[in-house]
Write a protein that binds this ligand. Structure first.
Ligand code: BGC
Length: 723
């Protein structure tokens, strides 16, 4: 698919911007830097007429958008069109699985298509600017916003970030409209201490550069024209006043001089609460001087920038630079030429059958089979009885997930709907809610037990509702909320074979009960087609192929837990510390170090064998390419898709290196008995890291490499990177 680049602007656009800027008063310039939402802004129309607003966020009614646009274009002195920004995090009206789940597809091409569908619906309804992809790496499932990103790994995160930017910024959207993406939240927001939203972060500069920045760089390299400065502080300097990340890294090192930076919602005002500005005026000065071009809902710029310029504490050149970026983007999006939307368009585009079909395909591939003792796929006979139990079994809101405010429950297929659509006639399906998700004393354990007892199989749909993850939805416990575990225990007393379908916006701790159930399908918040995909998978109409984009801890106390950890000086298994006896290892005295399920993990109804590892390039020259291949065979009886993963370990570096790092992957389809030779290539440049002086280095030396089905299993070999 062809997509637009908004990072480097043409000379023609620069000339148009200069001509316009020359006509603008200081107040009109500052107006362009002001972004508001109508819900909290009185006199919006008057402000549009006087040029005090450059962008509106949070409006989705096309008629209203056209009305505001007409005022800006036809009734303000310079007729500068508005930029309409919205959060389109995992679909517009066609809601896809949450991004954490989408990443479990390990299918960037599919992700690109899904993002294009989101962009098509958003564009048809008048959005110009999508506040996504959310590319924050997160290794702490307490943080509710882990749902919005691609998980714990920078390599997978980069692949997904690129795919989403390409999809959002696709050419050929309805009504000839264009969309610009906004990778966010710049930067390190996902490192919130203790998983508490908005909390401080303090990654070292090396971790910032090795882990948190790369998905942003990937998204910008793909042409994303904007970014959003985050709420959090980074080692003492809030991201919204951070000239190191916003100027030195973004503009100077990476060269994105034209990139438009918008603050997060009220983030400039929050510099006061952070304690680095005495008042809103000082906050405005710090934000503009650090490189924030547009103020989202702090009213700091509109109230104080003009005075700051007149007093000489902010140079007008700083204002001009910001306004240039804003105007340039409006030109690049074509808004000066086509400011209005065709109000007939949404009806033709929204929830188009092709969009719904794609949502189903993404849902199928995003679900991860975590456990299966052979109960799945369910073998239903004409006389079978299925008990469908749990608060989420017929829930039409939870599958929409945390960031789908254009989504509607009536568009959603629940698991009950899915079973009704997929089950052959005659099969008895007994649905019992059992209990509430949480915070509600409703309970019908007796009915649940009776239904399970009378059934051949009990399917429990448990987990979190849509409001338990997302912004400001951190959790201190990661177990099944409310009375759900008690409900499960009650069903287990019947001895009826039991499948748990988990809907959640984050990894949960499954250890208290997982050994006692027969199968577990991690279904996440799977979007409008979630229930259909669950039913198809449980009934064997679809073979599950999702792989975890994030580690599942065994216990809350292991968090943060991630596969790409460092070895430490006293690794639990390993050499170098043999003079020390137990317990002087890096370990817990009361829990294993290992997770419940590792990154990259996911089962299938078939089995795959990996063999014949070949290191095609045992010596890789600097600037060259590592090539590794292996044979993957479908040793089962069902066709399936496998995500083949390549990991490396740099054995000795000038700084310590992770025990494993994902460096490649490929999704392959295999018929029963079929073998495929998979060859993965890694450019030597990808094998570097930020060294002692925080500069990127690729160091010669010995590496280990694995090709396998997840981050802990696989065929192991070695290669050397030679200077
Ligand atoms: C969120 C952003 C979002 C913005 C606008 C903020 O609260 O952190 O992710 O884009 O609101 O809705």
């Amino acid at each position: 698919m062809i997509h637009y680049q908004f990072t480097h602007l043409s000379e023609e656009i620069r000339a148009r911007v200069d001509a316009l800027l020359a006509q603008m008063t200081l107040e009109e310039k500052i107006g362009q830097m002001n972004q508001v939402t109508p819900h909290w802004t009185s006199d919006l129309e008057a402000q549009l007429r006087t040029g005090q607003i450059g962008s509106i966020l949070g409006i989705i009614d096309p008629t209203e958008i056209n009305r505001f646009q007409r005022i800006a274009v036809q009734e303000s002195r310079l007729g500068i069109p508005l930029l309409i920004g919205n959060d389109v995090i995992h679909g517009y009206r066609t809601v896809f699985p949450i991004p954490l789940a989408e990443a479990c597809t390990w299918d960037p091409a599919l992700q690109e298509q899904a993002s294009r569908v989101a962009a098509a619906e958003a564009a048809a309804c008048g959005t110009d600017w999508i506040f996504a992809p959310m590319v924050d790496i997160c290794r702490d499932p307490r943080w509710g916003r882990i749902a919005e990103g691609a998980g714990e790994d920078p390599f997978l995160g980069r692949a997904m970030a690129r795919a989403r930017v390409r999809g959002f910024q696709s050419a050929g959207l309805p009504g000839r409209r264009r969309i610009v993406a906004c990778p966010k939240h710049y930067v390190a927001y996902g490192a919130a201490e203790a998983g508490r939203d908005y909390n401080s972060t303090d990654p070292s500069e090396r971790t910032l550069r090795d882990v948190y920045l790369p998905p942003f760089k990937a998204a910008f390299d793909e042409g994303a024209g904007t970014t959003m400065s985050a709420f959090n502080e980074i080692g003492g300097i809030p991201a919204t006043a951070n000239s190191f990340t916003l100027k030195r890294v973004l503009r100077e090192e990476w060269g994105f001089a034209d990139m438009l930076v918008v603050s997060d919602y009220n983030a400039i005002a929050e510099l006061v609460a952070h304690g680095i500005a005495a008042d809103l005026k000082e906050a405005a000065r710090k934000a503009i001087m650090a490189g924030v071009d547009m103020d989202m809902m702090s009213f700091a710029y509109i109230r104080h920038l003009a005075d700051l310029v007149r007093e000489g504490s902010v140079p007008e050149a700083a204002i001009d630079a910001a306004v240039r970026r804003i105007l340039a983007l409006k030109f690049a999006l074509g808004l000066f030429d086509h400011p209005y939307i065709d109000e007939m368009l949404p009806a033709q585009v929204i929830l188009h059958p092709e969009h719904r079909a794609l949502a189903l395909e993404v849902a199928r591939r995003s679900m991860v089979l975590l456990k299966n003792d052979g109960l799945l796929p369910l073998r239903v006979a004409p006389t079978s009885k299925i008990a469908l139990i749990g608060p989420l079994a017929d829930d039409h809101a939870a599958p929409l997930g945390c960031w789908a405010w254009m989504g509607r429950p009536e568009d959603v297929e629940s698991v009950l709907d899915g079973f009704q659509a997929c089950l052959p006639a005659g099969i008895e399906l007994d649905h019992v809610r059992g209990c509430a998700v949480w915070r509600d004393p409703f309970e019908e354990f007796g009915r649940a037990e009776a239904a399970a007892r009378a059934a051949d199989v009990a399917v429990l749909v448990l987990g979190e509702d849509a409001h338990m993850s997302g912004e400001a939805r951190s959790r201190a416990y990661l177990d099944l909320p409310g009375r759900q575990q008690a409900l499960l225990e009650r069903v287990l007393t019947t001895g009826t074979p039991t499948v748990v379908v988990l809907m959640s916006g984050r990894p949960l701790v499954l250890t208290p009960w997982i050994d006692r159930v027969n199968a577990v399908l991690q279904a996440w918040h799977g979007g409008i087609r979630a229930g259909r995909a669950v039913a198809e998978i449980l009934l064997g109409q679809v073979n599950p192929s999702g792989k975890l984009s994030v580690t599942f801890p065994r216990a809350l106390g292991q968090v943060p837990i991630y596969y790409a950890h460092k070895n430490t000086g006293r690794p639990l298994q390993g050499t170098g510390t043999l003079q020390f006896a137990d317990p002087f290892w890096s370990r817990y005295i009361d829990e294993e170090n290992e997770p419940c399920f590792p990154f990259g993990y996911g089962l299938s109804y078939t089995t795959y064998r990996y063999d014949n590892l070949q290191i095609e390039t045992p010596v890789v020259e600097m600037g060259g390419t590592l090539r590794v291949s292996a044979t993957v065979t479908n040793t089962g009886t069902m066709a399936g898709e496998e995500v083949v993963q390549l990991y490396v370990r740099d054995l000795v570096g000038s700084v310590t290196r992770p025990v494993k790092e994902l460096k490649g992957f490929q999704r392959i389809a295999l018929a029963p008995g079929e073998s495929v030779r998979v060859s993965l290539a890694v450019p030597a440049d990808e094998l570097g890291f930020h060294g002692p002086d925080n500069r990127y280095v690729v160091e010669p030396g010995a590496f280990r490499v694995w090709i396998g089905p997840n981050s802990v299993e696989g065929l192991e070999g070695e290669f050397e990177l030679r200077a």
